[in-house]
Design a binder for this molecule. Structure first.
Ligand code: AMP
Length: 281
């Protein structure tokens, strides 16, 4: 059920292409958790077969240490998938095979959304994301592909990518899955110790606090408040706290009527960089 080569996985998919049976794709970097499982369940319900890709994509990392330390737990991941009821196959190519020996990003113009937030803080990140997803979509030809709102900016980038490249795949966004503590599930949480796991709940608490204050405070006041909350804990470094229009992801300094806003943040908890976001209205 684990395929490392494009040709061998396409041999399996051929029957589905011929029958016009829907194929779901859930792209992941592995170290699977319940957030991934929700995407997988949604795909399983809506498709005849689900491909789960497990691939730590080197071109979307701008930090070699981060890439090296990213958790890789293929055996555990496959065991977890085997426990699930449904028709699943795993795609786990090597970077050299997937990129045909040219492990580099294409450069994309996503209309500006790639320059905000994650794009501003991780050089070339969305070029890497766009490149790898374009390779997956072209190689596997899924009918539907599933992405979490945990990476809301990435979800909007992917929607733009399929528009720019006219790829015949439907992009499905899925809600954020959280721990009981409110912490958004993430493979990177595996790198946190018990104290840090507790401290990391500050991200979610700040997002909640921002939603509660959104009507009564200006954006500037909200930002000041959030920065102050983070200054209370020296082990957590806030990288950004932005309020942006949900469609365009443009950061705003003033609220307009009839506009949907979301709050986004990134912070280092010890050495581990985490992101989270939430709808504001
Ligand atoms: P990753 O393996 O972190 O690249 O994530 C693979 C996919 O799972 C992406 O579409 C993520 O947005 C999604 N995902 C990761 N964590 C969560 C979560 N806590 N809730 C919902 N989706 C998630």
């Amino acid at each position: 059920m684990v395929y490392h080569h494009k040709d061998s996985i396409r041999d399996v998919l051929e029957a589905y292409y011929k029958m016009n049976a829907p194929i779901g794709l859930v792209p992941t970097m592995g170290a699977l958790h319940h957030g991934h499982l929700e995407l997988i369940a949604r795909s399983q319900a809506e498709n005849a077969i689900t491909i789960i890709s497990i691939f730590v994509n080197p071109t979307q990392f701008d930090n070699a240490g981060d890439l090296e330390k990213y958790p890789r737990t293929l055996e555990q991941d496959v065991a977890m998938i085997k426990e699930l009821a449904g028709n699943f196959i795993v795609f786990n190519p090597s970077p050299e095979h997937l990129y045909e020996d040219d492990v580099r990003s294409q450069s994309y113009d996503f209309g500006g959304i790639e320059k905000e937030m994650e794009g501003a803080h991780r050089t070339g990140h969305f070029d890497g994301v766009g490149t790898v997803l374009s390779l997956f979509f072209k190689a596997l030809k899924p009918t539907n592909a599933y992405f979490g709102e945990k990476d809301f900016q990435q979800l909007q980038i992917v929607r733009k990518l399929v528009e720019i490249e006219s790829l015949p795949v439907t992009i499905v966004g899925c809600p954020i899955v959280r721990e009981e503590s409110g912490l958004a599930m993430s493979s990177r949480n595996k790198r946190l110790n018990e104290t840090e796991l507790e401290e990391a709940t500050l991200l979610h608490k700040t997002l909640l606090g921002a939603t509660e204050r959104f009507e009564s405070h200006t954006i500037e006041e909200l930002k000041k408040w959030a920065i102050h909350e983070f200054e209370k804990n020296p082990n957590i470094q806030l990288e950004y706290f932005e309020i942006a229009e949900a469609d365009t992801l443009t950061s705003v300094s003033e609220k307009k009527k009839n506009t949907q806003y979301r709050v986004f943040l990134a912070a280092f908890v010890g050495p581990v960089r985490l992101i989270d976001n939430m709808a504001l209205n």
